[in-house]
Design a protein around this ligand. Structure first.
Ligand SMILES: [Zn+2]
Length: 278
């Protein structure tokens, strides 16, 4: 890890955000979001994770989007030892351009092509389970096949978490009030096999911000059966045969052998830069 600064030393990093998880409540950090992306200031692209990010507390001018270039100060923390994890100084955020999907996702492919398909879920997971936090904890894997999604109801926050969410939403001297965080109403898991030749299959939750928001919106909008809407969007559309679908996977800090799908990369089939001859 040539780009790592020693623990505790602030460094300016440049990256493109590719993952923004649904906000979680923790005793230690309050409401926070796991953000990950790709460094653009290193010789070869590498993944970076920012935590904690109190995303909804950021001024709207600092609320970056996925695929937006950002620059900020960050340091390696002492508790999260995963190689990609940095602690951000959110006051230093500077936002740049957002990479769109015009030109058949060409620019997004240029960002991700060297990382896409590097390793399989089976290998990365078993290494992290054996080695712990000092092991690769973020990847963009190419599933061999996705057999479906399982959608289940996600319970509301328990009393203690609901109280913490309420407290976190209360305005302080400088902030305007934000909406109290609600639990994502549905849990969506992808059932898939990775490219490992003896893969027996994985069933991993998708924790993308968009799933939580879609579940809330469709539940409150009387737009019919929410489960089938979620399945249509996150499986039938995003994982259709016309998409060259990849999963951003990442593990849990306290449980390195446990991986989730953090987000989906779903460019059209045939859009890889090397696929185009002209
Ligand atoms: Zn596998």
């Amino acid at each position: 890890m040539s780009s790592e600064a020693p623990n505790g030393i602030w460094k300016t990093v440049q990256m493109v955000v590719t993952v923004k998880a649904y906000p979680a409540m923790s005793n230690k950090y309050g409401e926070s979001v796991c953000v990950a992306g790709v460094r653009t200031d290193t010789e070869t692209p590498e993944f970076i994770r920012l935590f904690p990010v109190g995303y909804r507390d950021l001024p709207s001018s600092s609320q970056f989007k996925k695929y937006q270039h950002v620059s900020l100060r960050a340091k390696k923390g002492s508790t999260d030892r995963r190689p990609e994890s940095w602690q951000p100084d959110l006051g230093s955020l500077v936002l740049g351009d957002t990479i769109d999907t015009s030109r058949k996702w060409r620019e997004r492919w240029e960002l991700l092509r060297d990382l896409a398909g590097e390793g399989t879920t089976c290998e990365i997971r078993s290494r992290a389970a054996a080695v712990g936090q000092n092991s690769k904890s973020l990847a963009l894997i190419k599933p061999a096949d996705i057999s479906g999604v399982s959608i289940s109801e996600n319970p509301d926050f328990d009393e203690r978490t609901a109280a913490a969410a309420q407290a976190s939403a209360a305005p302080d001297l400088f902030e305007t009030e934000k909406e109290v965080l609600k639990a994502a109403p549905y849990k969506l898991r992808y059932d898939y096999r990775c490219q490992h030749r003896s893969c027996k299959g994985h069933s991993q939750s998708l924790i993308d911000w968009e799933v939580g928001v879609a579940g809330l919106k469709w539940r409150d909008g009387k737009a019919g059966d929410v489960r089938s809407q979620l399945e249509r969007k996150f499986y039938e559309e995003m994982c259709s045969r016309e998409k060259d679908v990849h999963f951003f996977i990442g593990n849990q800090h306290q449980n390195p052998g446990s991986f989730m799908v953090l987000g989906v990369f779903w460019p059209p089939v045939g859009s890889r830069p090397e696929d185009s001859l002209f």
